[in-house]
Design a protein around this ligand. Structure first.
Ligand SMILES: Cc1ncc(COP(=O)(O)O)c(C=O)c1O
Length: 375
């Protein structure tokens, strides 16, 4: 039987296992030194001053919006073409997620649409670097000059734009370390920023809103045990086990991204002549979390089911967020509101793409596509 080829999969080697085992034999399973070491490795890689680890990317988004000062009745502009978490994190804070459509040539938030949606209540603009394509962070900043730009970089760790790593340009950038992402910690997330104040608010938020920092407390001289809860926070901490795995994975990040780019190139070349398939947009800094192709909408479902029947684990990214019943019911969005996102959704299929794939896996996927599309 042909083996199942998922759309994404982690790479774990003996070094990763040894790094986690070493932590398990040590004194600290949580709140020890490994988290800081992992944070520093990501901050240094990206080229920013601060990195704050969270237990997952969704918690990291929640923290970033909190750090930006998002509260009740504020507005957060997000694209509808994303995982629901980008919008949900605004709802957690009592804010209104405001959708703005994508640009059809990048699949990322369109600054022109952002400009149309900005109001005096806009606190955050959150461009998503969809599939790993670097979103137009500067365009979004210009379109919403008073807002904090939080890049959802969950697809884009290791990518670059204008010579800088993804994470160096927005006010804050959020990464996810879910197993299908560029590096994994099982579950995990991180916010990177150059801003000291954002970093302090992120640390406060991920640990119950409790602080021992003299500058953050109201009373100062109660004794060495003393701490204060100065705001409502959560337990969003990352464990030492996760951090040890993350640190070990970071050493391989460049190799992972290079292999993803190689595989994307192989797909590009193999399908260049295939009629009926639109290839993903190219960018020299693309991090290729996904390889999203487009086919005729009337054939998409049959192709999807045909590939799955051939043990090829394709996926669709994403059901637009405004299609979900929660968003339709609560905010009144409906089909037709975001034509570019909806057009992509109707035609999109993500092909398998992860560093452990070999060239033969690409051949297998492309052969099935040819078989189906050439009838
Ligand atoms: C674009 C995007 N944002 C946010 C998230 C949430 O990350 P996590 O699954 O680590 O909570 C994901 C994860 O799939 C994502 O793809």
């Amino acid at each position: 039987m042909t083996s199942y080829l998922p759309y994404g999969h982690q790479w774990i080697d003996d070094d990763d296992v040894a790094a986690v085992a070493a932590v398990m034999r040590g004194d600290w399973l949580t709140q020890g030194p490994a988290v800081e070491v992992f944070e520093k490795s990501v901050a240094d890689y990206v080229g920013v001053a601060h990195a704050v680890a969270f237990c997952n990317g969704t918690a990291a988004l929640h923290g970033a919006y909190y750090a930006a000062g998002v509260g009740e009745d504020d507005e957060v502009i997000v694209p509808p073409l994303t995982f629901a978490a980008t919008a949900n994190a605004a709802c957690y804070l009592g804010a209104l997620p405001v959708f703005a459509d994508i640009a059809p040539e990048t699949f990322c938030l369109d600054p022109v649409e952002v400009a149309r949606k900005v109001t005096a209540k806009t606190k955050v603009v959150a461009p998503v670097s969809y599939a790993g394509y670097p979103a137009d962070v500067e365009g979004c900043r210009r379109a919403a000059p008073g807002a904090v730009v939080v890049e959802d970089g969950c697809h884009a760790l290791g990518g670059d734009r204008r010579g800088c790593k993804i994470g160096a340009e927005a006010d804050m950038t959020v990464f996810s370390f879910h197993p299908v992402k560029h590096v994994t910690t099982g579950e995990g997330g991180m916010v990177v920023t150059d801003d000291e104040l954002f970093a302090r608010r992120l640390r406060l938020f991920r640990s119950h809103g409790i602080t021992k920092e003299p500058g953050e407390m109201e009373a100062k001289d109660e004794g060495p045990w003393y701490c204060e809860m100065v705001d409502l926070g959560y337990n969003y901490r990352m464990t030492e086990l996760q951090a040890a795995l993350g640190r070990s994975q970071m050493k391989k990040l460049d190799a992972f991204v290079a292999r993803r780019r190689e595989l994307a190139c192989l797909y590009d070349e193999a399908m260049a002549e295939l009629e009926g398939v639109t290839l993903p947009p190219r960018h020299e800094g693309h991090a290729y979390h996904l390889y999203p192709i487009q086919v005729d909408g009337s054939r998409r479902r049959a192709l999807f089911e045909g590939l799955r029947a051939a043990s090829i684990g394709v996926q669709v990214h994403y059901v637009p967020v405004h299609f979900h019943p929660y968003y339709r019911r609560r905010f009144g969005w409906s089909e037709g509101d975001f034509p570019c996102t909806e057009a992509l959704y109707r035609r999109e299929i993500s092909l398998p793409l992860f560093p452990a794939m070999d060239d033969g896996d690409v051949d297998r996927v492309v052969a099935e596509l040819f078989r189906f599309l050439r009838g």
